[in-house]
Design a protein around this ligand. Structure first.
Ligand code: 8GP
Length: 829
């Protein structure tokens, strides 16, 4: 069968029979109605923009109807609700996913076609909300999709940043950050709720008073008030008529103008105050794995947490139930420690506003909150100085002291012969500048603490939170991450989706384990042929994009080897580029040896303040410039850096990738989720035994993945024994040549010190991420890949076996595990 057949059908629903019954009016008619009546524009002369926004509003109408039905049902059925608190969400573009979920893709396509527009082109121009940094935010969005598809009574909560993660440009090889003003033309995907407006307090004073029973009570007053305004984003389930929402808080000034200063003639001063209030939700902090100790960041955290707790308490109060039922009717999942100030905030509400006793309030908190940890990097574990906390949130600091006092008292009682234990587990560090350890607060205040892959959870148990395991043995559990098959297969890989549905039916979209049935097809030659054609179609599409964006022609028959993710030393983009340089040297030295052509593709952003990560981006671009212009090598080797890696670009790259680079130092990557997306789409993983790579290997089979290098224990042992990168430098001449090139002006003519910081970190700096230690094993793995890729039958079989084995990594499975193992909530569909 010709692949063209699949392509012709790109915009058609796979499973029309499952599309929900049509509404009375057609989508197109509604879109036209909205152009006139909602946008206030002439709908007899249509532009692409008008059609887009008209469609958005028509789709939104359909979601709103379902959403309000679903909300009423939650209330009527007295469902237990989940609150998923996350400082980041990375949903990607909305239109295609929403059309798919509602089964409206075909109708939208027809509407546009009749007017001379294309759905693909319109979607290409849709702006992407970058309200997250990377893995953590994208995971939150995959989970929202699965919750809606499973039908869970769930709400996402976060911040409506005016500026998302910066837009990355590459100028002269270097990363340049540009503001991401994603709301510049407004968006109808956000539904503003100007009447859902709550005050949030900062600073101020705590007053004490005695209640009728002689109990000391506290009252936090004064300070600055900022208003939190709700904006809802609707999240439809896949073809199940279920719609949930994510509520994003936007900061609004408490008073339009401060009247006193206004009257005193200080007009600008009073406007200034309004501006500083709005700053709270202005911009997302661009650091992936290192927290910013800035006041504004803590303000953001408390701002969205306070508004969210207010919302939860308001809904609960409508039920007229006693307080001890709060955790029976609600559960709060904290995505990392960023929202963990929710614990003292709820304590404050229960103690100071609802006048519960400490014991009652604490009992409720400990049954309500659950915490997910996403990182073991010590520098990423969040702490705040007591000084800042005391200033900004004086009442919360008092409550944290009291939580800590009671907790440590308990620890002393139960672990009498371990006098050091209390200081190790204390919520507050000792020393001249004491700090609050947010992870300790989250652990002590939650009933569940989970890691995001089997290895990661084991590391939490063995190392990071070892002391807490003994204090709370039942609290720790694993929930291996997952990705949504709707966006990461059905939406991003239309040719393969068609092929799958033709052979397996459409059920895999919501039941990914059905991909297992592919195992029966690996030996069917025609099927393998079609599989390869689908992959080639995707690779050509990516090649076109590269040509357009980077002006470089790449061969779609070359191996597409892709490493896209945030730039961080532990993710080891450096290992990748070192190997590329040595390949380059080899081709130049032995032009007679025929090599399998290879295209190495990089993408990813570096935190603006992360010098080393930015140097690595610069190095990659300098190597790319040299390699791509060298007539001796350019038929065999291309190096591409794609600027501004984001969800949309990932959707283009994932289905076109042959080799997925997942090469972090073992023990550092909590899970990874890119690894799952690539393997699901039939890429072969080249990876270390880190994060969820290990579990991927278990599912796809050792023969269908390229694992290499030191495992976590070996990394620790080698470091303990004493690791000297100079030894490797001396003994490996090929690698030495590469390193010496970096330490010269080979890639930066006239500037021999451009990469000396990289060279020094790898050698005199002790190579903290063991790049040289893993170098040989990495090179050998690449040799195996180049060798096996040529055997097309073998490679395609392996590719199919990858997709076949990835059912487990659906976020649907993960969400089911969370809802049964932690949340104790059931679907309401
Ligand atoms: C990331 C982990 O690095 C990644 O391995 C994992 O797949 C992803 O979370 C989802 O679980 N962690 C973070 O993004 C993270 O910890 N960010 C906060 C520390 C700032």
């Amino acid at each position: 069968k010709e692949v063209k057949d699949y392509l012709r059908l790109l915009d058609k629903p796979l499973d029309e029979s499952e599309a929900p019954e049509a509404r009375n009016s057609a989508l197109g008619e509604d879109a036209l109605w909205h152009v006139l009546y909602s946008l206030g524009q002439d709908n007899t002369h249509l532009t692409e923009r008008k059609c887009y926004w008209g469609l958005v509003l028509a789709v939104r109408d359909r979601m709103l109807e379902k959403w309000s039905e679903v909300q009423r049902r939650y209330y009527k059925n007295d469902d237990k609700r989940l609150y998923y608190l996350s400082l980041e969400f990375l949903p990607g573009k909305f239109l295609r996913g929403n059309l798919l979920a509602l089964g409206l893709e075909n109708e939208a396509h027809e509407f546009l076609r009749e007017r001379g527009f294309s759905l693909d082109e319109i979607i290409a121009k849709e702006c992407e909300p970058g309200l997250g940094n990377g893995g953590l935010g994208r995971l939150a969005s995959c989970y929202m999709d699965s919750m809606a598809t499973y039908g869970l009574p769930a709400y996402g909560y976060g911040i409506r940043y005016s500026y998302g993660l910066f837009r990355q440009e590459i100028r002269n090889g270097q990363q340049v950050e540009q503001p991401d003003n994603w709301l510049h033309e407004g968006t109808h995907w956000l539904i503003p709720r100007p009447y859902k407006l709550y005050p949030v307090r900062f600073y101020g004073t705590v007053y004490e008073w005695l209640d009728d029973n002689g109990i000391l009570r506290h009252d936090w007053r004064g300070g600055d008030l900022v208003m939190a305004m709700a904006n809802d984003v609707l999240v439809p389930g896949y073809r199940n008529g279920h719609v949930n929402s994510v509520r994003l808080w936007e900061a609004r000034p408490h008073k339009e103008f401060v009247l006193s200063s206004f009257n005193a003639g200080d007009y600008i001063g009073s406007v200034q105050e309004k501006i500083s209030d709005e700053n709270i939700s202005m911009v997302l902090y661009p650091s992936d794995d290192a927290p910013e100790g800035k006041t504004l960041r803590l303000k953001q955290q408390y701002f969205f947490v306070a508004a969210t707790m207010h919302d939860m308490v308001r809904r609960f109060k409508k039920l007229n139930k006693p307080w001890d039922q709060l955790p029976e009717k609600n559960v709060v999942q904290l995505n990392e420690t960023h929202p963990s100030i929710a614990i003292p905030e709820l304590m404050r509400i229960l103690l100071d506003e609802e006048l519960l006793s400490w014991e009652e309030a604490w009992y409720i908190c400990q049954k309500l909150f659950a915490y997910t940890n996403h990182t073991v990097l010590p520098e990423a574990l969040e702490t705040w100085t007591v000084e800042l906390m005391e200033q900004l949130l004086p009442r919360h600091m008092q409550i944290i002291y009291e939580i800590n006092r009671r907790f440590l008292e308990d620890v002393r009682l139960h672990f009498r012969d371990e006098p050091d234990l209390p200081s190790r587990v204390s919520l507050i560090t000792a020393g001249p500048e004491p700090r609050v350890r947010m992870s300790h607060l989250a652990i002590v205040g939650s009933f569940s603490v989970n890691g995001v892959s089997a290895l990661h959870t084991q590391i939490l148990r063995d190392r990071v939170f070892h002391d807490f395991i003994r204090i709370f043995p039942d609290r720790f559990n694993n929930k291996t991450n997952g990705v949504t098959p709707r966006r990461w297969l059905r939406q991003c890989n239309v040719p393969l989706s068609w092929l799958l549905s033709e052979h397996l039916g459409c059920g895999w979209v919501t039941d990914l384990n059905q991909l297992e049935k592919l195992r029966e097809l690996v030996d069917v030659e025609e099927f393998r042929h079609d599989w390869e054609q689908c992959r080639l179609t995707n690779k050509k599409r990516l090649a076109d994009y590269i040509e357009k964006m980077n002006g470089i022609t790449v061969n779609p028959h070359s191996i597409f080897d892709v490493q896209v993710k945030r730039f961080h030393e532990y993710k080891r983009q450096l290992l990748n580029i070192l190997h590329i340089i040595s390949l380059y040297n080899n081709i130049r030295k032995k032009p007679e040896v025929k090599m399998q052509p290879c295209t190495f593709i990089f993408g990813g952003k570096a935190a603006p303040s992360y010098r080393m990560a930015k140097d690595i981006i610069y190095l990659i671009n300098c190597v790319a410039r040299r390699v791509n212009s060298d007539p001796h090598t350019r038929n065999f080797l291309k190096v591409i850096f794609l600027a501004n890696y984001n969800v949309s670009l990932a959707q283009l790259l994932v289905p076109a990738t042959d080799v997925s680079e997942q090469i972090s130092t073992a023990g550092y990557e909590a899970s990874g989720t890119g690894n799952m997306k690539f393997a699901l789409n039939g890429a072969l993983t080249l990876g270390t035994r880190d994060g969820s790579n290990i579990e991927i290997a278990e599912r796809v089979g050792d023969g269908n993945i390229y694992l290499f290098g030191l495992c976590e224990q070996e990394v620790i042992d080698l470091r303990r024994r004493g690791y000297d990168p100079w030894d490797i430098y001396k003994n490996d001449s090929e690698l030495r040549e590469v390193l010496d090139m970096i330490n010269s002006d080979q890639f930066t003519p006239g500037d021999p010190t451009a990469f000396s910081s990289i060279f020094n970190s790898l050698l005199s700096g002790g190579d903290p991420f063991m790049i040289l230690a893993d170098y040989r094993a990495y090179v050998e793995a690449h040799k195996r890949i180049a060798h096996e890729y040529v055997d097309r039958e073998l490679w395609i079989k392996k590719s199919i076996m990858n997709t076949a084995g990835m059912g487990f990594f659906s976020s649907d499975r993960a969400i089911k595990e969370y809802s049964e193992g932690i949340w104790d909530i059931a679907p309401d569909v």
